[in-house]
Design a protein around this ligand. Sequence first.
Ligand SMILES: [Zn+2]
Ligand SMILES: [Zn+2]
Length: 296
Amino acid sequence: MAAELLVTFWGTRGSIATPGRSTEKYGGNTSSVSIKSHGKYFIFDAGTGIRPLGVEIMGEAAIQKDKQKELFLFLSHTHWDHIQGLPFFQPAYDPSFRLNIYGTSNKDAMLENILVGQMDSSYFPVKLSALGSEMEFNDLQLSDTIEIADNKITLQELDHPGGSLSYKFERDGKKIVYATDHELDFHFTQDGELKNDSELGKQYQAYIQDADLLIADGQYTSEEYEVKKGWGHTAVPTLLNLAQKSRVKQVAVYHHDPMHTDSFIDQLSASYLKKFQDTEPRMDIFWAREGLTLAI
Ligand SMILES: [Zn+2]
Ligand SMILES: [Zn+2]
């Protein structure tokens, strides 16, 4: 039987696109992940990885002419590495598509204004308003629940300079959490113990509890974290130990540092796979790889 929930990593890199031979295994495109649920696309972030996803969707649309061409895009926040691919997303130019964009306002600027700003003529030749698709912008509140057909999405605030939002996708009892750009180390020790009775930490732990797949920021090694405190990202052991305590079934370490080459990530992942190989309950761990599709 064909799997109904397919998760694909289109961009796994954090901060800046990092193409080249030393990153071809884990990928150089910035953040973008899709969940294809019973034929509908739910897209998380619009980093440069959303460009090849757009090409894929256009190819499918050409075959399935009469299907509803509606897409749902959820933005964690509007730092460059999470929105820069949007002006290159082909369905946004096609009048037969409807693009529903979700995110939060940042201080005074509404989500739409930030995306308009990125396409100002100083930066890009085509204005957002000139794109052919029908677009709808949804400024979310933390308490919102989004229900689209039988798919449910809930939100959790993350700790990141300027803010970031996590999305939990649920369908037929399966839970997938997308949680990037988050400094978990402010709320948990590297052993995954709650710090200072942190309220955000408690909320986050309950939110990821028992997830089938957690796609989460694990940008730094412990050593790197020591010199990058306050930059808004998490050290790998903090992520993995907390996930283990929260009985997460599978973790995709995500938002790779631009300085991390394929061989560096191979070594890092091998050392953690070894550390976690005999832990109970069993948790699958992998470093997200661009182009990988998983059935959940
Ligand atoms: Zn980022
Ligand atoms: Zn960010």
